[in-house]
Design a protein. Structure first.
Length: 117
């Protein structure tokens, strides 16, 4: 039987070597760039489209409607994103549990992004 004595580096896995004090928790804060466009379910680019979405009950208008209306009035588009932790997609599972409340961007404002359902 052959045994590989090298690091694993292929398209589905990789190996790492780290050093720390014995009692140091192995938790690190990492920053990544994520393309959320694949999660867009609905886009509202005008007040008419937004009002139709409110009328159809696609989101809780009483809670988020005023912020969505303000965004449309500022010339922005409002996007509804969907993620599922059952999709076998690690990003979607991460977003479901952690949310996107703390996006640090001048271009994107989170109206609702709470995770941890």
């Amino acid at each position: 039987m052959k045994r590989k004595a090298d690091f694993v580096t292929n398209s589905s896995s990789t190996s790492f070597i780290i050093a720390s004090h014995k009692d140091t928790p192995l938790k690190v804060k990492m920053e990544i760039e994520v393309d959320l466009s694949k999660l867009v379910r609905q886009t509202y680019g005008s007040m008419e489209e937004l009002m139709e979405g409110i009328k159809e009950g696609y989101f809780p208008a009483s809670e988020y409607g005023p912020q969505m209306i303000k965004a449309i009035e500022e010339g922005k588009v409002v996007r509804i994103l969907d993620a599922s932790d059952e999709s076998c997609d690690d990003l979607e599972a991460f977003l479901c549990h952690n949310g996107i409340e703390s996006i640090d961007s001048d271009q994107i404002r989170v109206i609702f992004g709470k995770g941890g359902y």
